[in-house]
Design a protein around this ligand. Structure first.
Ligand code: FAD
Length: 407
């Protein structure tokens, strides 16, 4: 008899799982509580969807932060090329940007969602929207699924692909954790990953809206360096965000209660001597101007008042009166603009959820629960997470594929 499979969640993990299982001859029903598929997918990559990363499989694995070994089988079974092939087949042309990030040529995440929907329809998945699962029960041979609309249906297998708990408005409200917990699964502590940071120093808020490119961020926990990278960041009304900061957040996640200092090198292309020469040149050019009018060639306008304040040089002082010590002070601030981490923004503002269903209780080659036969997990609901660059979506597709093939 044809096996009946329920896939809970119409995100990337659920959609790939459903199409794959259906393609292998199962009768597949996908249940999504929203009135449309892929609400979170829609907002990925600022609406452009960083589909995956065009790197080697080993690099896909290296960019996973939690439980990378668990993903070997998934990444090798369903690769970045596989998802690109499917999307290409369904009319989404792709392009590769900085850092091997893959995007749709149209820059529209909605095109990715449409393609995945079509992929499911072609594979005869029965898509059910506005259908929220409230409870899963198990008899000897089957799963009984209860829905919010008070209906009940029976299935041979169930794939839980309900996502994490960040950006709850997209539908990812952590239901899968409850379902799994009710069956005895351990849920590893839920924490924000790829999260913006609140900063203690009040001056940071004055920089709200300023995006810095080509800078280096170095982070120290109790004086020990834990992170350093080059790229872009953004100042916000609460502190800092942007690609570099989101990546950094993963490196300080376990040290949240320690003293964490974040240092920005505003001029990483210049060493101390080169920067000193540069400042001297600018100071010669503006020798008859006041200090506050001498930094326009060197820095974005918005940050100048802050740098002046931190340098403790009188802003009205004429440049030709600035002492060597004061100049050195300025140089130090440009190379080491230091701030203190306060806390992460709430988990709802994190890009991904770290923690979730313990990987120890899931077979990494099949995604089947080691505790409950016939129950599978896929995507962010599992205790896996990765850096920015398309890796988290690749986790969703690869684990979804394994669940779909093996159910
Ligand atoms: P989700 O996408 O969260 O999907 C789960 C689905 O399950 C939801 O549609 C939800 O409504 C449904 N559901 C939940 N409970 C139930 C229930 N009880 N009954 C029925 N349905 C239910 N990753 C990248 O790789 N590239 C990016 O560019 C990127 N950008 C991001 C930008 C933002 C702002 C955010 C928040 C995340 C971004 N991510 C990105 C991360 C990525 O979106 C997620 O890791 C990925 O969507 C997880 O897929 P999933 O299918 O496991 O879960």
């Amino acid at each position: 008899m044809i096996k009946k499979v329920a896939v809970i969640g119409g995100g990337p993990a659920g959609m790939i799982a459903a199409a794959t299982a259906s393609n292998r001859g199962k009768e597949v029903y996908l249940f999504e509580k929203n009135d449309k598929l892929g609400k979170k997918l829609f907002i990925t990559g600022k609406g452009r969807c960083n589909i995956t990363n065009n790197c080697d499989i080993e690099d896909l694995i290296n960019n996973v932060v939690s439980n990378k070994d668990f993903l070997y089988s998934g990444f090798y079974s369903f690769t970045n090329k596989n998802i690109i092939d499917i999307l290409n087949r369904y009319g989404v042309e792709t392009k590769v940007e900085r850092g091997n990030r893959v995007f749709p040529k149209s820059n529209k995440s909605s095109d990715v969602i449409k393609a995945l929907e079509k992929y499911m329809i072609d594979n005869k998945v029965k898509i059910n929207l506005n259908k929220e699962v409230t409870q899963i029960e198990k008899t000897d041979k089957s799963f009984i699924i209860n829905f919010k609309d008070s209906t009940i249906e029976t299935f041979d297998k169930v794939i839980i692909a309900t996502g994490g708990v960040s950006y709850k408005q997209t539908g990812s409200t952590g239901d899968g954790y409850t379902f799994a917990k009710n069956f005895g699964h351990e849920i590893k502590e839920i924490k924000p990953a790829l999260a913006p940071c609140e900063i203690k120093e009040a001056w940071v808020k004055e920089l709200q809206g300023l995006a810095l490119k080509n800078i280096t961020v170095t982070t120290y926990v109790n004086g020990k360096k834990v992170f350093e990278d080059f790229g872009e960041m953004l100042f916000t009304h609460f502190g800092i965000s942007g690609p570099l900061v989101l990546t950094m957040s993963n490196y300080i996640n376990d040290y949240r209660n320690n003293t964490i200092k974040i240092s920005i090198d505003l001029k990483p292309a210049l060493d101390d001597k080169q920067l000193e020469n540069r400042i001297i040149r600018d100071f010669e050019k503006y020798s008859r101007k006041q200090f506050k009018n001498s930094l326009n060639d060197l820095l974005p306008k918005k940050i100048i008042p802050i740098i002046i304040k931190l340098s403790e040089i009188d802003e009205d002082k004429f440049v030709n009166q600035i002492t060597k010590t004061e100049r050195k002070n300025l140089l130090n601030i440009l190379k080491n603009l230091e701030m203190t981490f306060d806390r992460f923004r709430p988990i709802n503002e994190a890009i991904v959820t770290s923690g979730g269903i313990s990987v120890k209780e899931i077979n990494p080659s099949t995604m089947e629960s080691k505790l409950i036969k016939g129950m599978y997990f896929a995507g962010e609901v599992i205790d896996v997470d990765a850096l920015t660059g398309g890796f988290n979506l690749q986790i969703a597709y690869s684990t979804g594929y394994l669940a779909g093939v093996n159910c």
